[in-house]
Design a binder for this molecule. Structure first.
Ligand code: F0G
Length: 451
């Protein structure tokens, strides 16, 4: 098989500022060992997130110029609405400024004391918005999800048996909706099978529970379904996507992922009453229903981005380039969550530095080590991100998230080389302690010191 090349040419470039190890040491200390507090200019390769960091296409930039900035009923809104209706089959499309705005609106309406919201695995902002409303966020992943070396093809699946048990235990009247995060970000960027989406949707229907998708990475999830699930390989990705949405009563989407834009979100709701109340809240806090806190140009860019993400040559390249990094790390004996995820490679920090216990944040030590070694910015997904909440995280992970259409193969080779060099020194990595932290979402602003 021939090399799978980037299916685009580069028209505009942005220089990377190189830093020395001495500079990085000082920068790291000034940032209190929290990479969220480091200036982006001081990063060589930025794998902090795939969210809002993608490169827009020339067609998207052309759309930016065509943006209609009218307050109500802008042409750009109708363009965006038409595209999302076609892709998702939903009748009504609410734009929001990003995923968590959709979550906040949804859980202001569905959350509250005594309620319970199950998910395969809540992302941090989803969990925080649910808990902020007074409700409880429960993760129900399949057991394979917490075994890094297990190569289950759909490790993002929800444990349907556990969902039924939960419904029996807490009672359906206390569950305002069931969610599925596709792909499962906190659990390794792992896909959910169409079979699992159907099964969860059936349990919801049987119990009269609304079923919502957290569909940030819906196209990547659909590509995995096409590649891995029996009977799916000959279907167009767009058709699989449509079936996924047809099974749901609603969805929250951060367009900063598979919308390939720098800012934007979507809220989809079928129930007319809930839709009306969501629209009212949207106007109250985001903006009128035909712009939802965005500019007309953002809506144009989203409309194109959601179309471009469904091109199969793009998805083939996208998923293959993530796997390329994962495979290189595995070959070097670095345990990742196998198989590699869609938008990111997740390294098992507990295996990388077994001498650092979870309460000393091994993931954060690796994150700092990668920055020192090569100026790479990554993200801890473990006891720093989730340890302050209501459920202890099952794994200590370091996520290398790949921005869409931004880095070339040689950038990725460099990342692998830095990681392999760090492995030689892993025994010298030191645990961390938190010296300052906010009450929620502490990973963004917490300050650390080395033990
Ligand atoms: N749901 C999932 C699964 C996400 O990954 C994110 C964001 C959100 C919701 C919230 O969307 O940022 O637009 O408000 N994830 C980013 C990340 C931040 O780095 O994984 P948002």
């Amino acid at each position: 098989m021939k090399t799978i090349i980037e299916p685009f040419r580069i028209k505009s470039v942005e220089p990377i500022r190189m830093t020395t190890p001495g500079e990085r040491e000082q920068i790291l200390r000034e940032a209190h060992f929290n990479l969220f507090l480091v200036k982006a200019e001081d990063v060589v390769i930025d794998l902090l997130t795939d969210s809002g960091t993608g490169a827009m296409s020339s067609e998207q930039w052309a759309g930016v110029m065509r943006g209609d900035e009218s307050y109500a009923g802008a042409r750009s809104f109708y363009r965006f609405e038409e595209t999302l209706k076609r892709i998702t089959g939903f009748e009504h499309i609410l734009p929001t400024h990003q995923g968590r705005a959709s979550e906040r609106i949804l859980f202001s309406l569905l959350g509250g004391e005594g309620r319970v919201v199950p998910n395969n695995a809540h992302f941090d902002t989803t969990r925080a918005n649910i808990e902020h409303s007074g409700a409880r966020a429960v993760n129900l992943p399949i057991p394979e999800a917490s075994e890094p070396a297990n190569r289950h093809p759909f490790k993002g699946n929800m444990d349907v048996g556990a969902l039924k048990v939960l419904i029996d235990e807490v009672g359906r009247e206390r569950i305002p909706c069931v969610m599925l995060t596709i792909t499962n970000n906190s659990g390794g960027g792992q896909p959910v099978s169409l079979g699992n989406i159907r099964a969860v949707s059936e349990v919801c229907r049987a119990n009269g529970l609304p079923f919502f998708l957290d569909a940030c990475r819906f196209a990547e999830n659909a590509w995995f379904i096409k590649q891995r699930e029996d009977g799916q390989k000959d279907r167009p990705v767009a058709e699989i996507v449509r079936e996924m949405f047809d099974l749901a009563d609603g969805a929250t989407i951060s367009a900063k992922k598979d919308g390939i834009v720098n800012m934007g979100g979507v809220l989809l709701v079928r129930d007319p009453d809930l839709l009306r109340r969501a629209g009212e809240l949207l106007i109250l806090t985001e903006g009128y229903t035909t712009y939802g806190g965005l500019s007309g140009r953002d809506l144009e860019a989203m409309a194109r981005g959601f179309e471009e993400v469904l091109r199969e040559d793009y998805l083939r390249y996208r998923i293959r380039s993530t796997a390329y990094l994962g495979d290189r790390l595995l070959e070097a004996g670095i345990q990742i969550i196998e198989p590699p995820g869609g938008h990111a490679v997740y390294v098992d920090a507990r295996a990388f530095c077994p001498h650092i216990p979870p309460e000393q944040f091994p993931g954060q030590s690796v994150v700092c080590g990668l920055y020192r070694e090569g100026g790479i910015r990554s993200c801890e997904i473990g006891s720093v991100m989730f340890g302050g909440g209501s459920e202890a995280p099952p794994m200590e992970l370091v996520r290398l998230a790949i921005p869409r259409r931004v880095y070339t193969q040689s950038h990725i080779d460099y990342v692998a080389e830095v990681f392999i060099a760090l492995k030689e020194k892993a025994g010298a990595l030191r645990g961390m302690r938190i010296v300052e932290q906010p009450p929620a979402l502490r990973h963004f602003t917490a300050k650390f010191e080395e033990i």
